[in-house]
Write a protein of this length. Structure first.
Length: 400
């Protein structure tokens, strides 16, 4: 045989060997696929039925900090329950929509949730104006709404299926005006008097006989140096964190040296960022404490930040959103156990008598749908803009 024939024979043998190896690898892959498919695929009858919880919050615009504070908390609660097998054989999914802090968009998003037959409860919208915009839609659809972060007294007035995870504005106003009176001050001005908290402060101050120097609207708000209301002992600001920050800066620049107070919105980082050094000494009261100061919250805070890349530490609305989700999950469990298939109407009925002891303490709703006996926490901002819990005024932060 010539050298050319010898070479052809060698090549043929090598090709046959490679073909045999290829066929062997293919056979092994097919065998592995057969072994893996039963464990990894879903066959008819093996898929858990799905039930959905809706979440509506601002994820864009000036209030986007709210959306990104709450969504990881809701997702965490759902991950915990689904990893444990779901609720009564059901997998629980999240449907989240952005309302941008806009009432018109909030109404559209509420309608989307209302036509989804798998949605049995909604958490939202975390702002007074947007939450009120969607109320009638949820009621007509028979879908219960749990609303953290909403102070408007009209939220739960005569409405079924609406639950406020916090106190109404009157309770916050009573605490603020009471604190002013107890400190020996007898004159007050309100900036943002048209808001839920601002109007409640006006009513409470009138009942107590506190001198009201001025009630200012945020619309077209401006004043001149030496304006009479700058002589008030205390000024309470009811505004979103960005606007409130600007107001505080302007008040200090105009020479106001008295007490500056506010409600829950002043606990956000956006307020301190805008107000800067003018935030020094600002006193605020809120039913939603920072998770970092809640006893027993370490595991929650770690798991929360593990929900994604570069997730910021949870803010003041993270725990209310987390507890709201678990209230719904526990109601779902009871509903499925009793009826077999969950519905919004039955979940709503269960929430009326629901009770949960979690990281925010005992949560139960009164006959109005408000969180009965919600604790309040006082914070004072320092020159560094960081809020510090005023422990002598606040309910102890502990797990019940």
């Amino acid at each position: 045989m010539s050298w050319r024939g010898t070479l052809r024979a060698r090549k043929s043998g090598a090709l046959d060997g490679r073909a045999w190896c290829t066929r062997l690898r293919l056979a092994l892959c097919l065998l592995l696929l057969v072994l893996v498919l039963p464990a990894g695929c879903s066959f008819p009858g093996s898929v858990r039925p799905t039930v959905k919880i809706g979440l509506v919050a601002p994820f864009e615009g000036r209030y986007r900090y709210i959306g990104y504070d709450v969504i990881y908390a809701v997702r965490l609660a759902l991950r915990e329950v689904n990893s444990a097998g779901g609720i009564g054989g059901y997998n629980v999914e999240l449907v989240a929509y952005d309302d941008g802090g806009d009432p018109a968009l909030a109404l559209q998003q509420a309608r989307k949730l209302a036509i989804d037959p798998q949605v049995v409860a909604v958490i939202g919208h975390f702002r007074d104006e947007t939450t009120l915009a969607g109320l009638d839609v949820y009621q007509d659809a028979g879908i219960p709404l749990i609303a953290p972060g909403v102070l408007a007294s009209s939220l739960t007035d005569g409405r079924d299926g609406v639950f406020r995870l916090g106190p109404p504005s009157s309770a916050i106003a009573e605490a603020l005006v009471g604190r002013i009176v107890e400190s020996g001050h007898d004159s007050l001005a309100v900036v943002g008097a048209e808001g839920a908290l601002g109007s409640a402060i006006l009513a409470d101050a009138e009942l107590r006989g506190v001198g009201m120097i001025a009630a200012l609207s945020l619309d077209g708000l401006e004043w001149e140096d030496g304006a009479p209301f700058l002589a008030a002992d205390a000024i309470v600001c009811d505004a979103g964190p960005l606007v409130a920050g600007e107001v505080v800066v302007d008040l200090r620049a105009a020479g106001f040296t008295g007490w500056l107070l506010g409600g829950p919105s002043l606990l956000t980082g956006d307020f301190a960022a805008v107000a800067g050094s003018a935030a020094d000494g600002v006193l605020l009261v809120t039913p939603w404490p920072l998770p970092s100061e809640v006893e027993g919250s370490d595991d929650f805070r770690i798991a929360y930040q593990d929900m994604g890349y570069h997730v910021s530490p949870p803010g003041p609305l993270a725990l209310p959103a987390y507890e709201a989700t678990w209230l719904i999950l526990e109601a779902l469990e009871r509903d499925i156990a009793a009826e077999g298939e969950p519905t919004g109407q039955s979940v709503s009925g269960i929430l009326v008598d629901a009770e949960r002891s979690g990281l925010l303490g005992r949560i139960a709703f009164d006959g109005q749908g408000d969180w009965a006996d919600a604790p309040l926490y006082w914070y004072e901002l320092g020159s560094d803009g960081l809020p510090r819990l005023s422990s002598e005024l606040s309910t102890p932060l502990r797990v019940l």
